[in-house]
Design a protein around this ligand. Structure first.
Ligand SMILES: [Zn+2]
Length: 493
């Protein structure tokens, strides 16, 4: 369509004008402030990067309470003054896909630069207890989606069943059963309850529900579309066709859709799938996607992913499966034994060039898909964000540090702004934004987790600040500090 480029250009121009005004406003406001104000924290002389205003300048930054008060070239007074010279000051990283939701995993995530870790792909069944238990006790900002997987299992099998872990949800025999149409409304009721309690979207991991009907899934999208709720989905197996189905469900039902871990779903169809997301976005549909920067996936061996025919579907063999408990590669015999027992398995199934092309795409953001702590667990749980910088910015130079920061801060924040307006104040380094901040020397950033070493803390984060509280200082985690806040929706459905 001929009018599109023009529209795009004028939009780009308007955006330029808007941000120029914002920058002008930001820097002109400074002088109006009391010159004698003493701020809680001042960071001096850092290279401040803000992906939204495209700020990339050496500035002084002040924090008051839990927010950024000011960015300026003028000198500032603070109760605490941090030397930011030769360092980057970036918004804290926002992970939309973190299954590890306790302070044990948070301890690893914070060294990787994460200040907000959310469980959106699957969600949490016991959402109310989760929010209650973590409020006031969390290292990082936290939140979760409504768990379609658990609720549809309950509606099929036993209404008052409680799932405490993803493991229990995925290993339930109900995942192999279709939800019949007469029960759709019961599922909607459960989704409503969770959303009214603060769930930030609906997790729809249909890839783990091989017999869920097209209608069953479409009904969830329709419900979400009606109420402006984003869907986060691990889509069906099937590469390009599965992407087309999910995108079609989203567009036909006016539903916001976030496609989880694109490379592991698209595999050999990666170019087609990236293109499909790009086209949908260019047409204005709220469809987003993510990747973790590794060539292996990680899932439950007891899940439906490993139902008959998995080798063909995943394009891998027993040898490509790595048992997390011991690190051993599997054989047909050990596969059978462990599938009966249940547990976590790393699946080596992707090509490096697939991950590279997803990383280089403008449409993707970074999300870890990290799991619960296990010494030999997938390295993505503790190394995703620093690996993005170390491997893809510094070594391969596929993206710039500014691109990387946008993929890890502003882009995920924007996915949530509809359902959590407060997210407009995260993922940014602007006056009035929450002081979720990282201070680091680019040369020092390195992931240390590997497939053989498992959970290892990343190195290079000099300071990590969460809601104005210094959680990492000079590379050391501070004790007895729990600055994390609940990220919740405020719905009344
Ligand atoms: Zn997944």
């Amino acid at each position: 369509m001929a009018h599109l480029p023009q529209l795009k250009n004028s939009r780009v121009f308007m955006r330029f004008v808007f941000y120029s005004l914002v920058v002008l406003l930001v820097f002109s406001c400074k002088k109006a402030k009391e010159p004698n104000t003493i701020y809680d924290i001042v960071i001096e002389g850092a290279r401040v990067i803000d992906p939204e205003t495209q700020t990339d300048s050496v500035l002084n930054v002040a924090i008051q309470n839990d927010k950024i008060a000011i960015l300026t070239t003028e000198s500032l007074k603070g109760k605490k003054v941090i030397d930011g010279r030769d360092k980057i000051l970036s918004p804290g990283f926002i992970d939309l896909h973190a299954h590890g939701q306790t302070n044990l995993e948070n301890e690893y995530q914070v060294f990787d630069g994460v200040t907000t870790a959310l469980e959106l792909e699957i969600g949490i069944d016991t959402l109310k207890q989760y929010y209650q238990a973590r409020t006031g006790n969390a290292l990082l900002n936290f939140g979760a989606s409504a768990c379609q997987l658990a609720y549809r299992n309950k509606v099929i099998v036993k209404d008052d069943r409680v799932y405490n872990t993803i493991y229990e949800e995925l290993n339930d025999s109900a995942v192999n059963v279709a939800l019949t149409e007469d029960k759709f409304s019961r599922l909607r009721e459960k989704l409503k309850d969770a959303l009214n309690y603060g769930a930030i979207g609906i997790g729809v991991p249909v890839g783990y529900l091989p017999n869920a009907s097209i209608k069953e899934i479409e009904d969830v999208y329709a419900f979400a579309g009606t109420h402006n709720i984003p869907v986060f989905s691990h889509i069906r197996e099937g590469g390009a066709i599965a992407f087309q189905q999910a995108i079609s469900d989203a567009i036909l039902n006016k539903t916001q859709l976030h496609l989880c871990h694109l490379p592991s779903m698209a595999r050999k169809d990666i170019a087609f799938c990236l293109d499909a997301v790009e086209k949908a976005q260019a047409l204005g549909f709220p469809i987003s996607t993510e990747l973790y920067p590794y060539t292996a996936g990680n899932t439950e061996i007891g899940s439906a992913i490993f139902n008959e025919g998995w080798q063909e579907r995943l394009g891998c063999t027993y040898q490509d499966l790595q048992w997390v408990e011991t690190g051993e590669r599997l054989t047909p015999e050990t596969f059978k034994t462990y599938r009966k027992k249940g547990g976590s398995v790393i699946v080596h199934m992707m090509k490096e060039k697939w991950v590279d092309s997803a990383m280089a795409s403008k449409t993707t953001m970074i999300a870890s898909d990290g799991g619960s702590y296990s010494p030999l667990g997938h390295p993505r749980s503790s190394g995703t964000f620093c690996k993005t910088i170390h491997t893809y910015v510094k070594e391969k130079q596929l993206i710039t540090i500014n691109n990387a920061i946008e993929k890890m801060t502003l882009m995920p924040a924007k996915v949530l702004e509809g359902i959590v307006p407060d997210m407009k104040l995260r993922g940014r380094t602007q006056p009035g934004s929450y002081a979720d901040l990282l201070l680091f020397n680019l040369d020092d950033i390195k992931d240390n987790a590997t497939y053989t070493k498992g959970f290892q803390k990343s190195s290079g984060m000099d300071y990590v600040i969460v809601n104005g509280k210094i959680l990492i200082e000079h590379g050391e985690l501070q004790v007895n500090l729990f600055p994390g806040k609940a990220i919740k929706s405020q719905l009344n459905l």
